[in-house]
Design a protein around this ligand. Structure first.
Ligand code: FAD
Length: 287
């Protein structure tokens, strides 16, 4: 199907983007267009004006800033997957970016577009968002009125994001830890995820600190704080971790899809979480 009629404008600078989005003519940012064009063609979404932000080099960067790894919103997934700083400081993110779809989508698709999600009901909970949530990360949001910081957990996947009219994502800030890991299960490599988990681990003064999130099991990206506290207190193989994982699985709303039914999705939760924590411990040299 063709998209409904719309206007197209290329933003020339971040300042220009702020002005274009405040005009109130249904202006919507388009970064790589990989999710948006599908949504427009399927008419699950219509917009008055597409504002192309893909060439805003001001928003394409990777840098370490204090205790965070900051990535400009229009940095492509392919760039992130291959970036030496990301690979060294946040291997979970490099893995997640390298697992999104296929090489064509990763070459155009961006980290900002990835966390915004899609309007297609079968798509929810994106790979980069799971890592950002587990890291306790933040999203830098901007408009012509200024900038604000939003907790990653508010970007939960499909159908909802906390952006107000006129706002756009400037950058993603990932919390850093000694070790991080990302595990994603799918039938074949590039198939949709059946379930994924990201883990961040740190050890300071002999005390373990853990951040955990899970994707595509619950109907939205979910932080697993109770499971993380149980890992910190009793270790990964403890009965308290098993109980916390069971509680999480029981509390989740789990969709059936063609890739896996709800029971199967629930059953992979402990598998992906434990694998992600082990990978994070190994990457961080903590065992
Ligand atoms: C066939 C297929 C397979 C896919 N497989 C996966 C997968 O395995 N894992 C996964 O995580 N995702 C998957 N996706 C989703 C895809 O990866 C993401 O849609 C893509 O990363 C989006 O990035 P983009 O730059 O192309 O965003 P766009 O398509 O340009 O935009 C997507 C949404 O984000 C908004 N947006 C984009 N940038 C900004 C910004 N800076 N500020 C405010 N709003 C913004 C747009 O307005 C739009 O609503 C798949 C998509 C397709 C079509």
């Amino acid at each position: 199907m063709r998209p409904a009629e719309l206007q197209y404008t290329r933003a020339l600078s971040v300042e220009d983007l702020g002005q274009l989005l405040r005009r109130g003519d249904g202006a919507t940012p388009m970064a790589g267009g990989q999710g948006l064009m599908r949504d427009l063609r399927g008419r699950t979404l219509s917009v008055g004006r597409l504002v192309d932000i893909s060439r805003l080099t001001e928003l394409a960067y990777v840098r370490e800033d204090g205790d965070a790894l900051e990535i400009g919103a229009v940095t492509t997934l392919a760039t992130v997957a291959g970036d030496p700083l990301v690979t060294r400081r946040c291997p979970a993110l490099a893995t997640a970016a390298s697992r999104v779809a296929d090489v064509q989508i990763r070459s155009r698709g961006t980290v900002g577009g990835n966390i915004c999600g899609s309007w297609v009901p079968s798509e929810w909970s994106n790979d980069v968002g799971v890592v950002l949530t587990a890291s306790g990360g933040q999203v830098l949001v901007q408009s012509s009125n200024g900038q604000r910081t939003v907790a990653a957990a508010e970007f939960t996947g499909a159908f909802e994001n906390p952006l107000a009219p006129g706002e756009f994502i400037r950058a993603l800030r990932f919390g850093l830890a000694t070790g991080s890991g990302y595990v994603r299960l799918s039938r074949r490599w590039a198939d949709s995820s059946i379930g994924s988990a990201a883990a961040f681990v740190d050890e300071a003064g002999g005390r373990l600190r853990v951040g955990l999130a899970v994707g595509r099991i619950h109907h939205r990206t979910a932080a697993l704080d109770a499971v993380a506290r149980a890992v910190e207190a009793d270790g990964l193989d403890s009965a308290s971790v098993t109980a916390a994982l069971q509680d999480a699985a029981a509390s989740f709303t789990v969709p059936d899809t063609v890739q896996a039914d709800a029971d199967y999705r629930r059953s992979v939760l402990p598998v992906v979480v434990r694998r992600a924590v082990r990978e994070a411990m190994t990457n961080g040299g903590l065992r």
